[in-house]
Design a binder for this molecule. Structure first.
Ligand SMILES: NC(=O)c1ccc[n+]([C@@H]2O[C@H](COP(=O)([O-])OP(=O)(O)OC[C@H]3O[C@@H](n4cnc5c(N)ncnc54)[C@H](O)[C@@H]3O)[C@@H](O)[C@H]2O)c1
Length: 282
């Protein structure tokens, strides 16, 4: 029984290996509560959101090719401006850190209920805007630091931040495209690493580290195991059959079952046959 991040949809070879070995594979990323939220992805998004501003601020420093803006400013100078595209878990955590530093923060989302929630929670310290190409263009042009934090569940991220928008930014400004693990929401974004974190796009620094939480592995490990441990304990105490049968969220995490590919989204991703599975089939 394998219980971890599997990310099988883009990995047909790995999927085949798990099927051939008749593994019972439960994927962290598809464990889903009735509310639709993904409890084992949330901690990593919290870490990535907070880290994105910490890392982005570094690329504004002159020595790193930045424009030389201090996000918090000091009395007598304007604060740096941060635009966050996507107000979910990543975006909210990025906003907390950016506001804590004293930056002027704008957050954009297409979900109006989410914007209402953010406005209630953060009050007037946060500018909340409905996201469309016009509002993104304006917010990006004004920003010293842009955080790409959008997600359309199950789909590749849309390239909502175009090169034409980036051309209007002050040279030495920075973008952290956190959505890079879904293909990125910035035109020209390619996955980067902690060793080589950024690319230069016409004078704007673009950071697309695909595994941001790895930089703070101690915090990330505890954050993740806090969320996974209750499920691990259930699997260990009850065995996988009873644990899956008793917990619909865990059951949704099942991807491969003794040679059958039982997760429809993965089957579509790898182009293999989907086998429907109910609790009776366990
Ligand atoms: N690089 C990393 O290390 C890392 C780590 C964790 C998460 N991520 C990625 O970060 C992204 C965000 O994750 P999350 O947990 O915050 O997701 P989430 O579902 O909590 O939030 C995504 C938000 O984006 C909004 N959105 C969708 N389309 C939009 C648009 N066109 N304009 C503005 N907002 C839009 C949604 O309404 C939603 O509120 C995902 O792609 C996730 O995979 C990356």
């Amino acid at each position: 029984v394998l219980f971890t991040y599997l990310h099988l949809a883009p990995a047909p070879e790995l999927t085949k290996a798990l099927l051939d070995r008749k593994i019972v594979g439960i994927a962290y990323e598809t464990v889903q509560l009735d509310s639709g939220s993904l409890p084992l992805l949330t901690p990593m998004s919290e870490v990535a959101g907070k880290l994105s501003v910490q890392i982005g601020a570094r690329w504004l420093e002159k020595e790193n090719g930045g424009s030389g803006v201090l996000l918090g400013g000091v009395p007598g100078t304007p604060p740096g401006r941060v635009a966050i595209v996507g107000g979910g878990v990543v975006g909210t955590n990025a906003a907390k850190v950016a506001l804590g530093m004293g930056a002027a923060v704008t957050i954009l989302d297409i979900n109006l209920d989410r914007l209402r929630y953010l406005a209630d929670v953060f009050g007037s310290s946060l500018r909340v805007l409905a996201s469309d190409s016009h509002s993104i263009e304006q917010a990006v042009a004004e920003a010293d630091l842009v955080i790409g934090a959008l997600l359309i569940p199950g789909a590749k991220a849309k390239k909502v931040i175009t090169k034409a928008m980036m051309a209007k930014m002050r040279r030495g400004s920075a973008i952290v495209d956190v959505a890079i693990d879904q293909g990125g929401c910035v035109e020209g974004a390619v996955p980067t690493s902690h060793e080589n974190p950024v690319i230069d796009v016409d004078g704007v620094t673009l950071c697309c580290i695909a595994n941001l939480p790895g930089a703070v592995a101690r915090t990330s490990t505890f954050a993740l195991t806090n969320a996974t441990f209750p499920y691990v304990a259930k699997l260990a105490d009850q065995g996988y059959k009873d644990a899956l049968a008793a917990d619909p969220a865990l059951f949704r995490g099942l991807n491969v079952l003794r040679g059958d590919l039982v997760c429809r989204a993965v089957a579509e991703g790898v182009g293999m046959k989907h086998v429907a599975c109910t609790i009776a089939d366990l």
